[in-house]
Write a new protein. Structure first.
Lengths: 315, 347
């Protein structure tokens, strides 16, 4: 995956030179370990700023919403699925895009690595199989697979589902993964235990909305928590309002979420917010045999009605 | 200024004694990181932590704070009258605050105490608070305090500065508030000159560890309109997702929003932290929003901290270099980079 960048640059230069696109959306090197910054490049010269490695976990589809230009976009499997969702939901047009597909081996979980470091991390580098972490007085070589974002560990769509050019050969898809072990654990809890679990999960939320804003699905002109006439949700640190935000946001993502993990990656407090959206993702798979963002041909289950839709919940 | 040494053997006991007079706050672990919290009985602040994830500003200025309560029950004589909520302004002490975070309170005070306006809640809280600082011997790589108007052993804003020297804390008592705290803790006043020398050496070593710097020298002379219209804002703002992380982890951000909430016939008026990153922050009643676009909001944050504040108070930038926004920005927007862009900007 670390060798993709040359091909990414080559394609980007060509697209810009031939005026096939007005800009290319990708990543530039970050200023702190395990962070790259989403950026755009508009000139052939600036293409050199682009980077690609395991720190490109932010979902770039989020940067396409309502844009008018012709855009080249670098897309991992999950980004590509959100591009599909964006096209279906009329947030961007297919013919505005040149999608540079990037087969993905998973993105590094910065929260996980920070949690196991003995002191501040000064430098992180990676190979295809390992991650080297250095800090004051410690140095560790970690197995790359064990340090991936949890959504990448269980990902079954690592290759882009829609693209115009590929930056590398497709990678092998994972087949033997248990995608919903954590959801099943929560499902098995008693109602009270579930309530306590979620209350504890959200206890550190500061309502910065990083989860919502990192999410390509959350493009509403005015989010329900920001409505002021009428105001639906209180703005304080009252746990009821915090819960309302997270629960409702998750429902708004039902049948649309690709489990790209951007929300969890963005959370400054390290809250496992994917646990909400994953339950709904699981339900959509079980009830409608649906995974979001795999095809432009079908409407998502929650914006269509079919007579044979499951209705077992009506007692 | 008095300098005393506190034997670490007497640390817990002193805190315990001080807790009879003060409500104590300090860094405590929560889900793998540290935040400032009220210390329970016998609970000790964790002074090993480099810095807390959230700044201690909430100790003085909570994220949500009740101001008034009221009843809508017209059978009550005082219906629809806002009544002050009683609050606890008894003495409190923040143990283990970093010098940058303490300096931040002085910056925020410029906003909450002006000749025209005095914010009663913030001021009463602040006045009730004694800040017992802990010098940084091992600053983070994202710290740039030495070029942001303070430093790892900076004293202004603190009441006491503790320097961790092996088996002792060297305590510099910087204010009368600090002295009162030492008396309440009952630590022996004992001076040790070699220890002071050692602390001075540590100070120089800590300052030398701070290798990232910002240049702010030319901000004041820049033309505001030129900076406002600079072409780099589009590039700076592109990655921003307009979340409130940078503003909520910041020790110097002070903006709030006032809200009324009712439940049945009773209600409260409260204020909550607000963020200039949010679209709602400037939305007018008319529906017009003067900062409708992301780029305007990103520009506002940096212009406020690095230009408007500089111009208005002529007292440095509205940033103490704690580096939290650099570390926790989900998309790695780095104020050090933006500050240098602004400082070196030529129209």
């Amino acid at each position: 995956m670390l060798t993709y960048i040359d091909k990414i640059k080559e394609i980007s230069r060509r697209l810009l030179k031939e005026s096939k696109v007005d800009l290319v959306v990708g990543f530039r090197k970050g200023t702190v370990p395990m962070m790259n910054e989403p950026c755009f490049v508009k000139t052939v010269e600036d293409v050199d700023h682009l980077v690609w490695d395991g720190n490109c976990g932010i979902n770039l589809a989020n940067y396409l919403t309502n844009r008018k230009e012709k855009i080249g976009i670098i897309a991992k499997g999950c980004d590509s699925r959100n591009i599909v969702t964006h096209i279906i939901e009329n947030k961007i047009k297919r013919d505005q895009l040149v999608i540079i597909g990037v087969p993905c081996n998973g993105m590094i979980d910065r929260h996980k690595i920070e949690a196991m470091a003995e002191s501040e991390i000064k430098e992180v580098s990676e190979t295809e199989d390992t991650i080297q972490v250095e800090g004051d007085g410690f140095e560790k070589t970690l197995d790359r697979k064990a340090m991936l974002q949890q959504n990448c560990v269980i990902c079954v769509h690592r290759n882009p589902v829609i693209y115009d050019e590929l930056a590398a050969d497709a990678v092998k898809e994972q087949t033997e993964v248990d995608r919903y072990a954590d959801v099943r654990q929560i499902e098995a809890l008693s109602p009270q235990a579930k309530w306590d679990f979620f209350e504890n999960l959200l206890s550190t939320c500061i309502r910065c909305y990083a989860c919502r804003n990192a999410c390509p699905l959350c493009y509403c002109p005015t989010c329900f928590v920001d409505e002021s006439r009428p105001q639906w949700v209180g703005k304080s640190q009252d746990p009821i309002d915090i819960r309302t935000f997270h629960f409702l946001r998750a429902y708004h993502c039902a049948g649309r979420c690709t489990d790209c993990g951007a929300c969890e990656r963005a959370c400054p407090m390290g809250i496992k917010v994917r646990l909400f959206t994953k339950k709904l993702e699981k339900d959509c798979l079980e009830l409608f045999d649906w995974e979001a963002g795999l095809t432009l041909e079908k409407r998502p289950p929650l914006d269509t009605y079919r007579p044979d839709d499951p209705d077992g919940f009506i007692k | 200024m008095k300098v005393i040494k506190i034997d670490k053997k007497n640390w817990a006991e002193g805190l315990e004694r001080s807790s009879r007079t003060y409500r104590l706050f300090g860094p405590l672990e929560q889900d793998g990181f540290h935040v400032f919290k009220a210390l329970g009985d016998g609970e000790l602040p964790n002074l090993d932590v480099q810095n807390t994830r959230l700044s201690p500003r909430s100790v003085v200025y909570p994220q949500s704070e009740k101001m008034f309560e009221f009843t809508l029950d017209e059978k009550q004589e005082d219906h629809h009258i806002l009544k002050e909520v009683s609050k606890d302004y008894s003495p409190r002490a923040v143990i283990g605050i970093r010098p940058c975070d303490a300096k931040a309170f002085l910056l925020v005070k410029r906003n909450f105490e002006t000749p025209e306006y005095k914010d009663p809640y913030w001021l009463k809280s602040y006045e009730a608070t004694t800040l017992v600082g802990h010098a940084c011997s091992g600053p983070c790589s994202t710290c740039f305090c030495t070029t942001a108007g303070c430093g790892p052993f900076y004293e202004e804003g603190l009441d006491i500065l503790l320097v961790d020297v092996e088996n002792y804390f060297l305590a510099k008592i910087l204010t009368e508030k600090g002295e009162r705290f030492i008396v309440a803790a009952g630590w022996e006043i004992e001076i040790d000159l070699p220890l002071i020398d050692q602390a001075d050496t540590m100070k120089a070593a800590a300052e030398a560890k701070i290798t990232t710097r910002v240049s702010t020298d030319r901000l004041r002379d820049k033309n505001t309109t030129d900076l406002f219209e600079a072409s780099f804002w589009e590039d700076v703002a592109f990655s921003c997702i307009n979340c409130g992380t940078c503003t909520y982890v910041c020790p110097t951000c002070w903006c709030f929003d006032i809200q009324d909430e009712t439940y049945g016939l009773s209600g409260i008026r409260m204020r909550n932290w607000d963020s200039c990153m949010y679209s709602l922050f400037t939305l007018h009643g008319s529906g017009h929003n003067p900062r409708d676009a992301k780029v305007q909001r990103v520009r506002q944050r940096f212009m406020h901290k690095l230009k408007y504040y500089v111009d208005r108070y002529d007292n440095g930038i509205q940033c103490v270099g704690c580096g939290r926004c650099v570390r926790f920005c989900p998309v790695n927007i780095d104020i050090r980079r933006v500050c240098d862009l602004m400082n070196s900007f030529e129209s």
